[in-house]
Design a protein around this ligand. Structure first.
Ligand code: NAP
Length: 292
């Protein structure tokens, strides 16, 4: 039973995790935090989070564990190590992986959790660093309805649009749909701004027009202003976007689905990675069009 005495454990206090944790604290929950690089968790301790020095101890002390780490390999490590979540959490507890990860891994966590009488959901998100900070994320969930309903008060502190998509893995599949749509959209945003610049238009004024018409999109409104300011910090890391596109391409390939726009976007971002730009935000795709 989830109530205000429920202790939440949160692993991964990075760009997304820190905003999500702040909103859980604001909602009145006790939040125990753990991060690989301890320093990144310390500002959260100053505002009331409880610092844990191991995943094992965090798991033994909490009733709901949320993970927001980087890659599927990180997810494997935090869930399945001897000192990891599943070997140390009490039966009847909940685990929610909000990392963007593989649908097959979400199913593996669900099955391993079920054997231990633990409820598991995959719940990746969209809405970026702004959505995490403002508690307006779109949360796409896979797993059992009972667990989804039980955790709704917690999801509602982090997001505004919270949808159960189906059984375990469905949240991650939905997130792949999201990333496929973004892959084309961000190319369009960077191309349009490059065209505006080359044609001698005032890009700010162009944005006023195209941001309010049929070309309006989240990618345009969130990232075009950052591009115009010369701000290429993440937001959303290029290295993570390439990880997502790789997962989506593998899944599409397994289904026999052709995704030419996704392939092109992945190729362009691979170029940026080769240039050493993996730690920039995805809006740095703009550099490829303006490398003179
Ligand atoms: P991030 O800033 O790199 O945060 C990930 C955090 O997880 C880091 O602080 C990292 O620790 C920690 N971590 C990784 N492996 C760990 C482990 N084994 N044990 C403990 N902590 C571990 O990345 P982010 O931008 O928050 O993104 C997190 C996930 O959300 C990614 O899967 C990303 O694709 C997805 N996502 C991001 C956005 C966005 O706009 N940023 C939007 C939607 C979804 P270190 O500090 O040591 O690296």
């Amino acid at each position: 039973m989830i109530n205000k005495n429920t202790k939440i454990g949160f692993i991964g206090t990075g760009v997304m995790g820190k905003g999500m944790i702040k909103n859980l604290l604001k909602g009145g929950y006790t939040v125990h935090v753990y991060n690989r690089t301890k320093e990144k968790a310390l500002p959260l301790v100053e505002i009331g989070a409880v610092l844990e020095t191991s995943i094992k101890e965090l798991s033994q002390r909490c009733d709901v564990i949320i993970t927001m780490v980087g890659y599927p390999s990180d997810v494997e490590e935090v869930y399945f190590n001897d000192n990891g979540i599943l070997n140390n959490l009490k039966p009847q507890s909940y685990v929610v992986d909000m990392t963007t990860s593989k649908p097959s891994l979400a199913k593996k966590i669900y099955a391993a959790a079920k054997e231990r009488n633990i409820f598991a959901l995959d719940a990746p998100v969209s809405g970026g660093d702004i959505g995490a900070a403002e508690g307006t994320l779109s949360i796409m969930v896979g797993g059992d309805k009972e667990a989804f309903d039980a955790l709704m008060p917690i999801f509602e502190l982090m997001g505004k649009n919270i949808v159960l998509q189906g059984s375990a893995g469905s949240g991650q599949h939905t997130k792949m749909c999201n990333q496929i749509a973004i892959a084309s959209n961000i190319m369009g945003v960077c191309e349009a701004l490059s065209y505006a610049k080359k044609s001698g238009l005032n890009a700010e004024t162009v944005l006023k027009s195209i941001g309010a018409g049929g070309a309006a999109s989240w990618q345009l409104s969130a990232y075009a202003p950052r591009i115009l300011k010369g701000d290429f910090n993440p937001g959303f890391y290029i290295k993570h976007f390439v990880k997502d596109m790789k997962i989506a391409l593998e899944e599409a390939d397994e289904m026999g689905l052709k995704t030419p726009a996704l392939e092109l976007s992945k190729k362009l971002y691979d170029k940026l990675i080769k240039e050493g730009k993996e730690d920039l935000g995805t809006q740095a795709l703009y550099h490829l069009y303006n490398e003179d």
